[in-house]
Ligand binder design. Structure first.
Ligand code: F6P
Length: 554
């Protein structure tokens, strides 16, 4: 397998220096004026692809900014890196493997040969295996230990084995089929387990243990608890195979847990956890929405893949979003990025993108192990609009931080209620407009005077009413949320994150940072439970262990 060669430190590139100088010039740039001076600005800075429309005109950019950013992308070797990603080169250098989530959405008949093997037939074999299972469950042919059909499916998994499938099954609820209810059990918190199982009937419940590694503590503990619960409810060991299946790349561990080999859906080490919703990890999604809709989801992602691969950077949605993020993070000091979906069904997208972005680009060494010389991934946060408007948007409008935001909104609602959707859409647009326009001192004063206030009152209140404006945002619009458009949307962000990782020279596909917490967790557990009486490494942890043990003594 060819090894992907990392280019030079990005901060040494001539385009980096050109952007640094351009940033100085842009200090006085005002979006308000840019819109007034250029009636074509919206057309100039917007584009469509794969069922998505992106308006990025409300950004601190000119045509020159865009061409400098695209020059940076080219000098940083992004074209070559995209080729490496899709062709299965070892873009994940620390683990010596490719990242081939894009292979999961390639149509049958395509060829992708890695290490002498065409991967596409394997992918479609698993899709067929999924189709068969989904069909048997939907048709009532897969039955529980008392011969009743399955009514509830519980996905036991965490991180990428939870957030992606949960996003998709909830976002596509209007496409739900056959009345199979999907539930997610992720955390090790017993309360989550208790609240969920209290609503379930063991006779008609199927558990999917979703774990790429089959070694994740939370998942294995929950799987054990589910098995104990199933047996306590009247299930038997001999019928366990009717109630427990698995998705994993660690077949041996799943078999050791007691899952029948034929009930294990394979995945591959070349699919990263946070990129796995397209694989058999998407099984709960497929059970919720049916295989035809699941395949539409894949086709949407595939459409975005083709766009990312082929479009020139100036017209390439993931590249544009990525480079705007680089612009703000590396040249304007932005440290976070808000994701604001104006759609109830998309309310979980922020959490999914948080893992996708922060676990991928939360790195401070480059692929070759040298320290980065610039900021890397931002904090991703946000939540569903309009709720955020009555909570944290205040900081977006008047806080001291620059926080770029992505607004995501469908034009058509699945559930029109009176004029609610018009109001929802209006709110979304007016937020990005308010961020961009702001309110000047003169406007604030004029407004107060028009309300008949005394000059003394006007001067006292005006500073509080000033809104700086000139705050950047992107708006992504789609028709109605559909499997195809959702697939394109998620793939758009996957590629954005990848493109940024290439600019920064980091590995988007490993996550060594989470390992230390896991290791220390085991040590703390030993001390909490008295299996290790040696003191903890620090007094704070030791004190808190003592607090716990004091409460649980005897
Ligand atoms: O701990 C982080 C992580 O490794 C994520 O990257 C991953 O999505 C999650 O744990 C779950 O991993 P697995 O699917 O192997 O249980």
């Amino acid at each position: 397998m060819p090894h992907y060669q990392q280019p030079l430190d990005v901060t040494t590139l001539s385009s980096w220096e050109a952007l640094r100088q351009h940033r100085e010039v842009m200090q006085s740039f005002r979006m308000r004026e840019a819109f007034q001076n250029d009636p074509q600005r919206f057309d100039e800075f917007s584009l469509s692809s794969s069922g998505l429309f992106l308006d990025y005109s409300k950004n601190l950019l000119t045509q020159e900014t865009r061409s400098l950013l695209m020059r940076l992308a080219r000098e940083a070797g992004l074209e070559r890196a995209i080729h490496a990603l899709f062709e299965g080169e070892a873009v994940n250098a620390s683990e010596g493997r490719p990242a081939l989530h894009t292979a999961l959405r390639r149509p049958i008949g395509d060829r992708l040969v890695v290490d002498g093997e065409n991967l596409i037939p394997q992918v479609h074999r698993v899709l067929n295996q999924m189709t068969e299972l989904v069909g048997r469950i939907h048709d009532g042919l897969w039955r529980g230990y008392s011969e009743k059909p399955i009514t509830d499916v519980v996905n036991i998994g965490i991180g990428g084995s939870f957030l992606g499938p949960q996003l998709v099954s909830e976002a596509l609820l209007p496409f739900a089929q056959h009345g199979v209810r999907c539930h997610y059990l992720a955390n090790i918190d017993g309360s989550e387990f208790h609240e969920l199982t209290a609503r379930l009937n063991a006779e008609t419940t199927l558990f999917i243990v979703s774990s790429k590694s089959f070694g994740t503590l939370e998942t294995l503990k929950n799987a054990q608890a589910a098995r104990t619960w199933y047996l306590a409810q009247g299930g038997t060991e001999s019928e366990l195979h009717r109630h427990f299946i698995a998705v994993s790349s660690n077949i041996a561990a799943a078999v050791a847990f007691g899952i029948r080999q034929e009930n294990i859906f394979p995945m591959w080490d070349w699919v990263g956890g946070r990129y796995s919703l397209w694989s058999a990890i998407g099984l709960p999604t497929a059970l919720a929405i049916g295989m035809a809709n699941f395949k539409d989801l894949l086709s949407g992602a595939y459409a975005m893949d083709c766009h990312f691969r082929r479009e020139p950077f100036e017209n390439n949605m993931p590249v544009l979003l990525a480079m705007l993020g680089v612009w703000y993070g590396n040249f304007w000091g932005a440290q976070s990025h808000a994701i604001l979906p104006y759609d109830h069904y998309l309310r979980n997208i922020t959490q999914h993108l948080q893992q996708l972005d922060m676990e991928s680009n939360g790195k401070s060494v480059r692929q070759n192990g040298s320290p980065v010389s610039c900021e890397t991934g931002p904090v991703i946060w946000g939540g569903v609009g309009c709720n955020g408007q009555h909570a944290y948007h205040q900081l977006l409008h008047q806080g001291t931080l620059l926080i770029p935001a992505d607004f995501i909104v469908p034009v058509v609602s699945h559930n029109p209620v009176a004029d609610h959707h018009q109001w929802l859409y209006a709110n979304c647009l007016s937020q990005s407009q308010a961020l961009m326009l702001g309110k000047t001192r003169e406007e604030a004063e004029a407004e107060l005077r028009a309300r008949g206030m005394s000059e003394e009152q006007v001067q006292r209140l005006a500073p509080h009413k000033v809104i700086p404006g000139n705050r950047p945002s992107n708006t992504l619009v789609m028709e109605r949320v559909s499997p195809h458009r959702l697939g394109a949307l998620v793939a758009l962000y996957e590629h954005k994150v990848f493109a940024q990782s290439i600019i920064w020279g980091i590995n988007a596909f490993d996550q060594w940072g989470v390992e230390l917490g896991k290791e220390l967790g085991k040590n703390v557990y030993q001390r909490l439970t008295g299996h290790d009486e040696s003191p903890a490494e620090d007094a704070s942890t030791q004190g808190l262990i003592g607090y716990f043990r004091g409460r649980h003594r005897g």
